[in-house]
Ligand binder design. Structure first.
Ligand SMILES: Cc1cc2nc3c(=O)[nH]c(=O)nc-3n(C[C@H](O)[C@H](O)[C@H](O)COP(=O)(O)OP(=O)(O)OC[C@H]3O[C@@H](n4cnc5c(N)ncnc54)[C@H](O)[C@@H]3O)c2cc1C
Length: 307
C-alpha cells in the first residue's frame, strides 16, 4: 500500500515527487512510456527560472527526478492501463500489475497533436515546435510557418509576429474554426500571410537535423512547391491523457480534468497537476508549481485521514 502514487514523470509529476518525498511519504512515480514528459522532446529551455543561460529540457526533468530520488521517491517504468478510483484504497493497474494507494496525483500531461509526418517528428526541438510561448524567441528575424485553423493557431500566429520577419498561417480548409475576433486579429496583422486550402506534405530537412523549409500542396489546384522556413509551429490542439480515468474523474468535453479548487478533483484523495488540467498556460514552470500544490494537498489529506 502506497501513501502517494504519482502518474507521470514530466515537470508536474517529478515536482510532486520532490515535495511528497520531502514530506517523508515515499511516493511511487509511474514514469509512463514517455519518461520525462514533453520537455524530454525539446532542446534549450530559456524560460524556466533559475537558469540564466537556459538548460536543456531533458536535463531539467532528469534533475528534478534525481532531486526527488535523493529524498526517497521511487520510480517504475510503464503506463497505467486501468484504474479503480471509486473504492478506497484506490487501485492502479501498471502494465498488468495492480498497486494500491491512499492518494493519487494525476500528472499525465496533454500530448500535442502533430501532423504525423515522419520528417516533422524527426525535427521536433530542431525547428519544429508546438509551443510559441516556449520557442518563439528563437526565431527573431526568421521565417515562420504556423499550421492550424482554430483559436490557438490564431493566437500562436499573432504572438509569433513579435519575433518573425514573416509569419504564414497554413490551413487545409478555406474556412477557419477560429472565433471571428481571433480571425480578425490575424487578418488585420500585416505580418501574417494566409495560405488556405493548403497542406504541408514534408518538413525539410531531416538530413540536416534542422528545419530549412516545407513542401506545400494546394488542395484546389494540386500545385506543390517548396518554401524556406526556419521555425515550424504546429497548432492543431492537444489531447489530455485522461482515457484511463474515464467515467471516474470529471473532465471537460475535451478530456481536461475539471478542477474542484486547488489541486482537487471530484474524488477526495485524487489530485491533478500540470497540463492534464491546464489548457491555458501549459508551461514547465506552471506544471512544476501545480505538482507542488498537488503534493501539499495529498499530504494534508493523508494527515486529516490519520496517516
Ligand atoms: C517541443 C516542446 C517544447 C517545449 N518547450 C517549453 C519551454 O521551452 N518552456 C516551457 O516552460 N514549456 C515548454 N514546453 C511545454 C512543457 O513541456 C509542458 O508544459 C510540461 O512538460 C507539462 O508538464 P506535465 O508534467 O504536466 O506533462 P508532460 O510533460 O506531458 O508529462 C506527462 C507524463 O505523464 C506520462 N503519462 C501519460 N499517460 C500516462 C499513463 N497512462 N500512465 C503513466 N504515465 C503516463 C507521460 O509518459 C509523461 O511522463 C514545451 C513542450 C513541447 C512539446
Amino acid at each position: 500500500m502506497r501513501n502517494v502514487l504519482i502518474i507521470g514523470s514530466g515537470c508536474a509529476g517529478n515536482t510532486a515527487a520532490v515535495y511528497a518525498a520531502r514530506a517523508n511519504l515515499r511516493p511511487l512515480v509511474v514514469a509512463g512510456k514517455h519518461a520525462g514528459g514533453q520537455l524530454s522532446m525539446t532542446t534549450l529551455v530559456e524560460n524556466f527560472p533559475g537558469f540564466p543561460e537556459g538548460i536543456n529540457g531533458p536535463e531539467l526533468v532528469e534533475n528534478i527526478k534525481k532531486q526527488a530520488q535523493n529524498f526517497g521517491a521511487e520510480y517504475i517504468h510503464g503506463d497505467v492501463i486501468d484504474t479503480d478510483l471509486l473504492n478506497h484504497p484506490f487501485r492502479i493497474n501498471v502494465e498488468g500489475e495492480w498497486i494500491e494507494t491512499r492518494t493519487l496525483i494525476i500528472a499525465s500531461g496533454a500530448s500535442a497533436r502533430w501532423l504525423g509526418l515522419d520528417s516533422e517528428q524527426k525535427l521536433i526541438g530542431h525547428g519544429v515546435s508546438s509551443c510559441a510561448t516556449c520557442d518563439g524567441f528563437f526565431y527573431r528575424g526568421k521565417k515562420i510557418k504556423v499550421v492550424g485553423g482554430g483559436d490557438s493557431a490564431m493566437e500562436e500566429a499573432n504572438f509569433l509576429t513579435r519575433f518573425g520577419s514573416e509569419v504564414a498561417l497554413v490551413h487545409r480548409r478555406d474556412q477557419f474554426r477560429a472565433s471571428k475576433i481571433m480571425l480578425d486579429r490575424v487578418k488585420h496583422n500585416p505580418k501574417i500571410k494566409m495560405l488556405t486550402s493548403t497542406v504541408v506534405e514534408e518538413v525539410l530537412d531531416p538530413s540536416q537535423h534542422t528545419v530549412t523549409g516545407v513542401r506545400l500542396r494546394n488542395l484546389t489546384t494540386g500545385a506543390a512547391w517548396e518554401q524556406e522556413v526556419d521555425g515550424f509551429f504546429v497548432a492543431i490542439g492537444h489531447i489530455p491523457n485522461t482515457a484511463v480515468f474515464k467515467g471516474q474523474i470529471d473532465t471537460d468535453p475535451d478530456g481536461y480534468i475539471l478542477s474542484k479548487g486547488g489541486a482537487r478533483t471530484n474524488i477526495p484523495g485524487v489530485f491533478h497537476a500540470g497540463d492534464v488540467q491546464d489548457r491555458l498556460y501549459r508551461q514547465a514552470i506552471t506544471a512544476a508549481g501545480a505538482g507542488c500544490m498537488a503534493a501539499m494537498e495529498a499530504e494534508r489529506y493523508l494527515e486529516a485521514e490519520g496517516h
